[in-house]
Design a protein around this ligand. Structure first.
Ligand SMILES: *Cc1c(COP(=O)(O)O)cnc(C)c1O
Length: 433
């Protein structure tokens, strides 16, 4: 199996190279050249999730050096629960937040970390991410103590929540937390700057490990596929999903699972005020707007990079518009749903999950939907507690992280300052000078 660019102008590569490169050389995103049909009807119904994931992903690793490691990678990565909770006759909730850092990002980040750690290279990898929330903590946790991988997580000073910051700065060892004296955009500009810089190019294999990396999306197909298969075994019907979406990676993985023939019916995109898909459906053209800050901050994306991958699945706009449904929730809709779900089902939901519950209300009562819960409510206690008027219980593994020693290095928003900190922290000095 080869991976090609959404822009069609880059060399087709095997999975190892796609993981290592991140972005294709023409600036597009890697997608599989085809989606093989998955014969889920032939499976033993007792198969475990990691074994199911291995079987589903095997065609994508065919002929690659990582093929024989795939089972190990899946077992190392998917080692936490994946509950589907029924809340009434017509709605279930898929909880994707039982990993180490309590969001669905743990699935993709762990898979990518384990996959990269099995790739043999002459230079170390450096994972560099700019973060305003869940990605940084998931990546730091996933890559912690992986051999031959250095990690730099850049966050804007004073602009992320205390719990988010603690989940980034509690690692040390091969994870260097960098507090940038600037904004999130400054952090992103530093990452881009490093990619374009000779010193970084010569001294390490840089990788951002954000959701442009196909190594984050492929593993996300596995939970949709597994749950749809289980749902079909139990009910003899296709599963319909509502997915809270920002950068469109998670929901794209759901469409990929459907494309592989899994029993999936409707896929509904739930968004906050940054309702890029809704605007695209209305005007046939992507809005060109900066992102708006909302209560569901992990979905505050004005220009979703994975849109290219999603759109590439359909021959034209009309088919896209026929297959893709989108709903928008404002901040007041989000608050209303947090209160309502607590009152009616005694369940706490995060602000992102609330957008999917809001979409659920607009959809017909006659059809069963699975609402995808993307983060644990304990990560967003500042939003939820004033609404529900009660303290959220913090899961044991988050408490452990919050109690660890915090350490970060400070830099100004300047690439030389960042390079010096890298050299000092990791003891890597130029090989060329
Ligand atoms: C990242 C994130 C999202 C958005 O997912 P995309 O793949 O970017 O669409 C939704 N909810 C939470 C909690 C997230 O961390």
């Amino acid at each position: 199996m080869k991976f090609i660019s959404t822009r069609g102008d880059a060399k087709a590569v095997a999975i190892s190279s796609a993981l290592q490169n991140g972005l294709a050389e023409d600036g597009g995103l890697y997608v599989p050249e085809s989606f093989p049909l998955f014969d889920w009807q032939a499976l033993d119904s007792a198969m475990s999730y990691p074994d199911f994931a291995t079987k589903l992903l095997t065609p994508f690793f065919n002929g690659d050096a990582l093929e024989n490691q795939l089972s190990t990678i899946c077992h190392e990565s998917f080692n936490f629960p994946l509950p589907l909770v029924n809340i009434d006759q017509k709605t279930s909730v898929l909880e994707l937040f039982h990993g180490m850092t309590l969001s669905f990002k743990d699935f993709g980040a762990r898979f990518l970390a384990n996959a990269l750690s099995h790739i043999k290279t002459d230079k170390k990898f450096t994972i560099m991410v700019a973060t305003s929330g869940d990605t940084g903590s998931a990546v730091a946790a996933a890559f912690y103590q992986k051999k031959n991988i250095n990690v730099m997580v850049l966050f804007p000073k004073g602009k992320i929540s205390m719990r988010q910051q603690k989940q980034i700065t509690c690692w040390q060892d091969n994870v260097c937390a960098v507090e940038v004296n600037g904004t999130f955009d400054d952090c992103q500009a530093l990452v881009k700057g490093a990619f374009a810089d000779n010193w970084w190019q010569n001294n390490t294999y840089l990788n951002t490990s954000n959701s442009i990396n196909i190594g984050r999306l492929l593993p996300q197909t596995t939970y949709y596929a597994y749950i749809a298969w289980q749902y079909f075994l139990k009910h003899g019907k296709k599963a319909n999903f509502i997915v809270p979406s920002g950068n469109i990676g998670n929901v794209c993985a759901c469409f990929w699972a459907k494309k592989m023939g899994l029993p999936i019916g409707d896929i509904v995109i739930a968004q906050n005020e940054n309702n890029v898909i809704g605007q695209f459906l209305a005007h046939k053209i992507l809005p060109n707007k900066a992102s708006i800050e909302t209560l569901a901050n992990a979905m505050d994306v004005g220009k979703p990079s994975n849109f290219e991958r999603l759109y590439a699945l359909f021959p034209d706009f009309d088919v896209f518009a026929h297959e893709v449904k989108a709903f928008k929730a404002s901040d007041s809709d989000i608050k209303k749903m947090i209160a309502e779900v607590k009152n009616e089902h005694n369940m706490l939901i995060c602000p992102h999950t609330a957008t999917a519950f809001f979409a659920r209300e607009s959809l017909t009562e006659d059809t069963h939907y699975i609402v995808v819960a993307t983060a644990h409510p304990a990560k967003f206690e500042e939003v939820i507690e004033p609404i529900t008027q009660e303290k959220i219980k913090v899961p044991e593994h988050l408490n452990k992280l919050l109690e660890k020693k915090q350490q970060s290095v400070g830099v100004s928003a300047n690439l030389n300052a960042l390079t010096e900190q890298y050299q000092a922290y990791f003891g890597v000095y130029s090989s060329s000078s």
